[in-house]
Design a protein around this ligand. Structure first.
Ligand SMILES: [Ca+2]
Length: 271
């Protein structure tokens, strides 16, 4: 009896030991697989140039929008900031540009409900114009820096040069939602010009010729668009960075340009 009892106990011990080893192996496999997924980089799509257009090389582009067949552009620098309505084909002004007060440094623009909204960098004013006449019709004040601006058809969406994106009610001017943009849980710095493209927020990153595609629900980066090959660095000066995204939803054309770039590019990004 004793021998049989000991034998059974030995089998049980060996069986238990085998189970523990198997469980440890499974844990290691799952852990390694999980780590491999965690460090896998997000997809980067390379933009292809479809067509080139002239762009005013004196324009220090801070905001770019396509609306009703024309480009609208906001430019920066104190004493030189403008709001412009531009012909796509030749890059020339359709109407005389609207100068900002000399104390303002113009930033991002967007068009919502027939109004143009134009941020000023550290001046706390969002200027509002009639889209048909470009007449100034009012402003609202905000308590953060103004960099990029777009909208989702209901809310203004604003970047301030940090990872933070704010949604702002265009009637009450109150912040209704905010999040920090993250890539693999790391906060993304220096978000600049914005565009709403097919349910995503696209943001170019200051000093980097690349665009982050951002979830408007979570702030997570969904992927990247690489533009580094479009306007070589050795042909421009330090501040002449990519900074302008516009979208024509009717034809699904995407346009990009930058500060003092002599060209504006229609690009195609593979699905
Ligand atoms: Ca834009």
């Amino acid at each position: 009896m004793m021998a049989r009892f000991n034998s059974n106990t030995g089998i049980r011990y060996r069986f238990s030991a085998n189970c523990i080893v198997l469980a440890l192996v499974l844990c290691v496999v799952i852990s390694v697989t999980g780590c491999a997924q965690a460090v896998k980089p997000l997809e980067t799509k390379r933009a292809e140039v479809v067509k080139e257009y002239p762009h005013d090389a004196t324009a220090f582009t801070q905001g770019l929008v396509y609306h009703d067949g024309f480009l609208f552009e906001g430019t920066g620098q104190k004493g030189r900031s403008l709001l412009r309505k531009v012909n796509l084909e030749d890059g020339k002004d359709v109407v005389p540009p609207v100068p900002l007060n000399e104390q303002y440094f113009g930033e991002g623009i967007t068009i919502l409900n027939d109004k143009i909204y134009q941020l000023t960098w550290q001046d706390s004013y969002c200027l509002i114009y009639d889209v048909k006449t470009l007449e100034y019709i009012g402003h609202f004040v905000y308590e953060f820096e103004g960099w990029g601006l777009t909208n989702d058809g209901k809310q203004l969406i604003l970047s301030d040069g940090t990872p933070t994106i704010r949604f702002i009610d265009p009637e009450t001017f109150k912040v209704t939602k905010r999040f920090d943009v993250t890539e693999r849980r790391q906060r993304l710095k220096a978000l600049n010009e914005l565009e709403w493209i097919d349910g995503e927020i696209w943001a170019n990153v200051w000093y980097e010729d690349r665009i982050a595609r951002i979830s408007p629900e979570t702030g997570a980066v969904l992927g990247w668009v690489d533009l580094r090959h479009i306007y070589p660095q050795n042909q421009r000066y330090k501040e002449s960075v990519m900074n302008g995204i516009a979208y024509d939803p009717a034809t699904k054309r995407i346009f990009i340009t930058g500060k003092n770039w002599p060209k504006l590019f229609e690009i195609r990004v593979s699905k």
